[in-house]
Design a protein around this ligand. Structure first.
Ligand code: CA
Length: 653
């Protein structure tokens, strides 16, 4: 409270000296992060410093709407700071219990004496979240009850020398069966700023390396009350928020979101630090959003399997699914995902029999659905159910009656507000029938694990299906695995569908039929079950190959949790290597992977391991082994991880 008082006096004094420019400083609870807010010549801007270094230079704020251009002629009419504490528990996040503090600043902005919006900033030690809260604003003396946000002029101006780690947004109506955007483009690392992916911009989260550290930009709290946004490069190292691309969703729905008045935008988020640790460990996506409804039952989690990744469409038949149910039960897993065409290749009557059989073995089924509708040409069935409230609820009632666990809905292809409405409607209806929900061909979840209690995870990444599709992607498996835990998976659960012991992603497990050739080690595959976080994790195991594997590998997968209590980034560089730790109860899993041609030789410090531990590691030919180890007196470990290999430490704290 002391700092609050002195800060407010400082602002008042500064204002008195300069009527044209008003500057406000918001400090994080630990004082290291400083957000500078300026109102000058009718415009708003902010800059961000950490530990004395500039992470974001002076960047404009404001919005252009159908009721006015609110980027100019703006006046600061008030500025208040206080401290808020948060304390919540969500089982499906990277941390189960979150406690923290933020400095809250509310910046009141007017035009000609009429309050237009307040910008609310939450400043944590390594995170900033902010949103625009609109007032009811009169247009020519007439009261307005809604507005359209035509252009969000919120900028992120990076210092010279910043490089980018980005995945491009896909323009709508492109790609296979016009399903884009499917949020499935590769990440390019350490690229200079200035490129804008042929005008499409980039998907959240967007990772940048400044001369002083790392910055991740994203958004959270997106519901049917707004669109999903993305980031575009305006010029050089200047980036800004962008509305969805017109061609999304087969040109249906508007790009510009509408809000009621009063109303608000989602939270824009900035996470930064001198290392990647604050980004990998951040919970800002969930700190300021709330559950939108109560869970209709206690949802449960665990591992599962899915046949499609190895057996493709042909495996979606009664016999193979029954084999997967038996295998899943034997592994002690909880779920089998029955993928596309089940309605024609298995049939509803047989699905009922399969579901009953699964339940008798302690397993339950996920069923795949096409989201379509009228927005792309994906032919896979069942179609025209999830897009329609009447069909959807009837189907969900049937699913509930036969004990189905959840749904995987695919092929959305848009960030428009109309599509956000569809996501939300499916989630809310599914909760009424006790169903868990996974989205594929879908946008990044934005705080949804906390907001929608039956939400499990989304794809929103170049996922394991691409390992099936070809060798190019297989060759990049370790490269991608160094990126996801600190980029895509750092902000939301990721339904990746990996972890296999197949040498080839096909049922023959050889070159006689189509299917990518795996180049990573078996220990690497075990490591993926730790690195990629999703509370219900369908693994790419093929029963006929898996049963030939050494028992210790299978035991690892039987034991490894899908729910985590804590995360620690230990070391790594995107695209090269990663050492990441996750804790479940009192057990830490620490995984080191190496995408570089050279072996990763390093002394690492693992102070969290206090007792005897188990080490899973590879020799230089990627042959895995397991051995017990003693914790050394100084808590350091020498690792030597080959290209495409891994080392995993498991031990109690
Ligand atoms: Ca996909």
């Amino acid at each position: 409270m002391k700092s609050k008082t002195s800060l407010l006096i400082g602002v008042a004094m500064f204002s008195a000296f300069s009527a044209a420019a008003q500057t406000n400083i918001v400090s994080s609870p630990d004082g290291k992060l400083k957000l500078n807010l300026t109102c000058e010549s009718g415009t708003l801007s902010y800059s961000v410093n950490y530990d004395g270094n500039t992470f974001l230079e002076k960047s404009p704020l404001g919005l252009i709407t159908d009721i006015g251009d609110f980027t100019k002629s703006l006046q600061q009419t008030g500025f208040k700071i206080d401290t808020v504490a948060f304390d919540y528990s969500v089982r499906t996040l990277k941390k189960s219990e979150v406690k923290g503090k933020a400095t809250r600043a509310v910046w009141n902005i007017s035009v000609d004496g009429n309050p237009v919006y307040d910008i609310v900033f939450m400043v944590e030690n390594n995170d900033i979240a902010f949103k625009y809260q609109f007032h009811r604003y009169p247009v020519k003396g007439e009261e307005r009850f809604c507005a359209v946000i035509n252009d969000d002029r919120t900028f992120f101006n990076f210092p010279n020398g910043t490089t980018t780690f980005l995945s491009a947004q896909m323009p709508g109506g492109t790609g296979w069966a016009r399903t884009a955007p499917s949020y499935e483009l590769p990440y390019f690392v350490d690229k200079p700023t200035g490129d804008n992916a042929n005008g499409a911009g980039f998907v959240f989260p967007c990772l940048f390396k400044t001369p002083s550290g790392w910055v991740s930009i994203s958004e959270t709290g997106v519901t049917s009350a707004y669109c999903g946004s993305h980031l575009v490069c305006d010029k050089n190292s200047s980036y800004k928020i962008a509305n969805p691309i017109e061609s999304d969703f087969n040109y249906n729905g508007t790009s510009a979101p509408g809000i009621p008045l009063p109303g608000e935008t989602p939270w824009r988020t900035i996470t930064l630090g001198t290392t990647l640790a604050p980004i990998a460990e951040s919970t800002v996506m969930w700190d300021f959003v709330e559950p939108l409804y109560s869970p209709s039952k206690e949802y449960t989690y665990g591992a599962g399997t899915w046949s499609w990744i190895i057996g493709f469409d042909e495996s979606v038949n009664y016999k193979d699914q029954k084999e997967y149910i038996d295998f899943t039960a034997k592994m002690g897993f909880v779920s089998v995902l029955v993928d596309n065409w089940w309605d024609t290749q298995i049939g509803r009557d047989s699905i009922e029999i399969l579901s009953k059989y699964a339940l008798s073995k302690g397993v339950s089924l996920f069923l795949w659905y096409n989201s379509n509708g009228y927005w792309n040409d994906a032919p896979q069935t069942p179609r025209n159910i999830m897009n329609n409230i009447i069909n959807r609820r009837k189907e969900m009632a049937w699913m509930k009656s036969i004990g189905i666990r959840g749904i995987k809905v695919d092929f959305f292809g848009s960030d428009k507000q109309q599509t956000m409405q569809l996501y939300e409607d499916i989630l809310a209806d599914a909760n009424d029938f006790g169903l868990e929900v996974i989205f594929h061909g879908a946008t990044l979840p934005r705080g949804w694990e906390k907001m929608y209690p039956n939400f499990i995870g989304s794809e929103a990444v170049l996922a394991s299906e691409n390992l099936h599709f070809g060798n190019d992607f297989c060759n990049l498996e370790s490269y991608n695995a160094t990126l996801h835990p600190i980029i895509r998976n750092s902000v939301a659960s990721m339904d990746y569908g990996g972890v296999t012991f197949n040498d080839y992603f096909n049922t023959a497990n050889d070159t006689t039929i189509w299917g990518g050739h795996r180049v990573t080690s078996d220990v690497f595959q075990l490591g993926v079950s730790v690195l990629f976080q999703c509370p219900l994790n369908h693994l790419a195991l093929y029963p006929r190959v898996t049963k030939e594997n050494e028992p210790w590998k299978l035991q690892f997968l039987k034991d490894v949790p899908t729910l985590w209590d804590d995360i620690k980034f230990i070391d790594g560089y995107p695209g090269k290597n990663l050492i990441l730790a996750r804790r479940h109860k009192d057990t830490w899993y620490i995984v080191a992977i190496n995408a570089d041609e050279k072996p990763l030789k390093k002394t690492i410090n693992l102070p969290m391991l206090k007792r005897d531990i188990t080490l899973y590691s590879d020799d230089m030919k990627l042959n895995g082994s397991v051995k017990p180890m003693k914790v050394s007196a100084n808590g350091t470990y020498q690792i030597n991880v080959p290209h495409n290999g891994a080392a995993i430490f498991v031990g109690k704290e």
